[in-house]
Ligand binder design. Structure first.
Ligand code: FAD
Length: 389
């Protein structure tokens, strides 16, 4: 059962929403609003959550600065324009909720959001390789939407980044956070200091699990337990260009693992292109056998696997490939919070500390959903709403 199936079922059983409502009201009670005239907010991380938080603070006229460890923004929305004649999403690819989330993020009625999305057709082909045989069926009902000649990154690049870019400081790796006094003092690995009245922390979970950031005082025990007990799945994406299209729209190898996911899919689906690009997306347990490989080794491993699935030498059609191993990204180190995570722990992850440190991002949601760009964005938006009071 996937997280989305689980959440749907929990919703039907009525155990999801009451928990969320309780938590939201608790958070509001303990938060002192930011004074736009005299106070400022520091944001750590310029992925979907950090960018959304900055953008919404800007809309409220609140001073903020985003500190980003890498040399660019976007985090796990990374994409490349150089592999094909359409943008290739190396991280987030699909929209898992209604398109209205774009306007929810932009939050400005005067802005017309033009983001073309493509639904899959129930008649599209879906393959399952089991016991040495690839059985092809129709896809049936499938709600995820694909971006047309665009990506999540491009949406942010067009609608959100122009507002926040002047406030992002790149190549700035936060190493310590001191929240003992009335303000928050931050230090970076290269000895820079920053100070603010509130902090929105959006770094990937692994960064906290690996203790890259020292906290003074230490984070509360309950918070630390939640951070250390949850699991951020490993993950990798590979895109392979072929001279022939020999594959269905989607295909899987064996049944879906409860502790991860593996999907091959037509990455050119709905794009303005004649090029045949097959995507491999895998997270959690099934990703381990790909993550341990790279370059020619990874390519040969995948081509052998495909030769077996299609019972012919499809490797003769190989042109080129590109890989994105998220475990090896120095400031990310994994894919996202596992789908089958415990709800209570996820709620604890998002709890603010001392009315000073606030958490936003795919893993720091209020437990109703997690793992996706829209979750990161919504958690950031609700954090800003709480900060504004
Ligand atoms: C393979 C893969 C496929 C996915 N597919 C989808 C999909 O189809 N649809 C979907 O909606 N979502 C998908 N996701 C999930 C989605 O990409 C994430 O949920 C979302 O982008 C996370 O945003 P974030 O802001 O929480 O974190 P991030 O994007 O990770 O941003 C955190 C930022 O913090 C920075 N940082 C880290 N440490 C420090 C430090 N010490 N100091 C300063 N900065 C620091 C990082 O450099 C990074 O930029 C996928 C993810 C992966 C990996």
């Amino acid at each position: 059962m996937t997280k989305r199936d689980f959440i749907k079922m929990a919703g039907m059983l009525g155990i999801g929403l009451p928990l969320q409502t309780t938590l939201v009201s608790c958070r509001k009670e303990t938060i002192t609003p930011v004074d736009p005239n005299s106070e400022s907010v520091l944001i750590i991380g310029a992925g979907a959550a950090g960018l959304t938080a900055g953008y919404h603070l800007a809309q409220q006229g609140i001073n903020f600065q985003i500190l980003e460890a890498s040399s660019t923004y976007g985090g796990r929305m990374k994409r490349t324009n150089t592999f094909a004649d359409f943008p290739i999403p190396l991280g987030a690819e699909w929209l898992h909720v209604s398109e209205s989330v774009f306007s929810e993020i932009v939050n400005d009625n005067s802005v017309q959001v033009n983001q073309e999305m493509i639904p899959y057709s129930p008649q599209d082909s879906y393959g399952m390789f089991q016991n040495g045989v690839l059985e092809i069926d129709t896809l049936g009902s499938y709600s995820d939407l694909k971006f047309k000649n665009s990506t999540w990154f491009d949406f942010y690049d067009q609608y959100i980044v122009p507002t926040v870019l002047p406030n992002i400081k790149f190549n700035t790796v936060v190493s310590s956070i001191n929240y003992e006094g009335s303000s928050i003092e931050i230090q970076t690995t290269d000895g820079q200091n920053f100070s603010g009245d509130k902090l929105v922390l959006t770094v990937p979970l692994k960064i906290l699990q690996d203790s890259d950031i020292d906290f003074t005082p230490a984070l509360p025990t309950g918070k630390m337990n939640a951070i250390n007990d949850v699991v951020m799945w490993p993950g990798i994406k590979v895109f392979i260009e072929f001279s022939e299209k020999f594959y269905p729209t989607f295909f899987r190898l064996g049944n879906t693992s409860n502790n991860g996911n593996l999907e091959y899919y037509d990455a050119s689906y709905g794009q303005n292109t004649t090029r045949h690009i097959l995507g491999l997306f895998t997270v959690g347990d099934p990703s381990e056998r790909y993550i341990s490989r790279t370059g020619e080794d990874l390519k040969n491993y995948i081509l052998n696997e495909l030769n077996e699935v299609f019972s012919s030498d499809v490797s003769q059609y190989y042109i080129q490939h590109i890989e994105q191993n998220w475990v090896n990204e120095p400031f990310i180190r994994g894919a996202y919070l596992r789908d089958n995570e415990n709800w209570n722990r996820v709620q604890t992850l998002s709890d603010p500390v001392d009315d000073k440190i606030f958490f936003a991002g795919e893993a720091y949601t209020q437990g109703n959903d997690w793992g996706s760009v829209h979750d990161a964005a919504r958690s950031a938006k609700s954090t800003v709403e709480a900060l504004v009071g």
